[in-house]
Design a protein around this ligand. Structure first.
Ligand SMILES: [Zn+2]
Length: 268
């Protein structure tokens, strides 16, 4: 999956250092990222090209540090975020998505929500601080991905009105005061009108495109298999047998793709 960058190591401790050779600067605008595409290879601005004095340190992967910039850099153009999926090595894709998560958090937290004064960065924590004492930590939204099985069939969905047209699974945000397992039951009922049992936790995935931490669950159908799907959220929801599922190749970056493939191979 996208976060599996071993043997490289992601360091998210907040220990800023000045930019140096080999480091990477991400500049975002809307849902675009500043990059250069040459011979199918994506590159991002580095230490020699960025004139900006106040880069925001983000994190490191091994010895390479990543920063957030604000200014355009000659020779680079803004391109859709989805191009990040084509980055090689894969840790660059993970870095871009995680940088995007942090970018959105920084951009949305410039002022204190309690007293309205500008926030400043905490010296040694990933947090924004206010003179009034308020401390603001990164926002991560937990959400569930649910593979509902019925014997050798899997409930697969397609989203309504989204750019992504591929196969999906039931998914939804955890509400305040709710256990992840209750989110699973609620979302399956809301989106497909089905009841489930025997919930089994599968794996998790940080998904910075939507500021999520995704929690994957397998569960079994309980009672009627008649689907009544939510037509605002989904364009379709159907039972598909193992044999009918196509191998998932491109989408193994995602938890959803990994779960569908796990089912197809008979491992769940
Ligand atoms: Zn304040």
């Amino acid at each position: 999956m996208i976060q599996d960058i071993q043997p490289k190591c992601y360091h998210n401790e907040y220990i800023p250092r000045p930019i140096r050779e080999g480091d990477v600067v991400f500049v975002f605008r809307g849902r675009e990222v500043l990059l250069r595409e040459e011979n199918d290879c994506l590159t991002f601005p580095g230490d020699m090209e960025v004139q900006e004095k106040e880069l925001q340190y983000l994190f490191s992967i091994d010895d390479r540090a990543f920063y957030l910039g604000r200014e355009e850099v000659p020779g680079y153009t803004f391109q859709p975020m989805r191009l990040l999926r084509r980055c090689t090595p894969q840790d660059l894709c993970f870095a871009g998505m995680t940088a995007w998560h942090l970018y959105n958090w920084y951009a949305g937290h410039r002022f204190c929500g309690r007293c309205g004064k500008p926030l400043h960065h905490h010296e040694n924590l990933r947090a924004l601080a206010c003179d009034c004492g308020n401390l603001v930590f990164p926002v991560i939204a937990p959400a569930v991905i649910v593979a509902v099985t019925n014997g050798d069939k899997l409930l697969v969905t397609r989203y309504a009105g989204r750019e992504f047209k591929g196969l999906a699974l039931i998914a939804g945000f955890c509400e305040i005061g709710e256990r992840a397992e209750d989110t699973v039951r609620r979302e399956v009922m809301e989106e497909a009108g089905l009841r489930v049992k025997n919930l089994r936790y599968f794996d998790s995935q940080p998904w910075g495109y939507a500021s999520n931490l995704l929690l994957g669950y397998f569960c079994e159908l309980e009672g009627s298999d008649e689907i009544h799907f939510d037509q605002e959220e989904l364009s379709s929801a159907v039972w598909v047998s193992r044999e009918e599922l196509e191998p998932v190749e491109e989408n193994l970056l995602s938890l959803t793709g990994t779960m569908i493939e796990t089912f197809r191979l008979g491992k769940e």
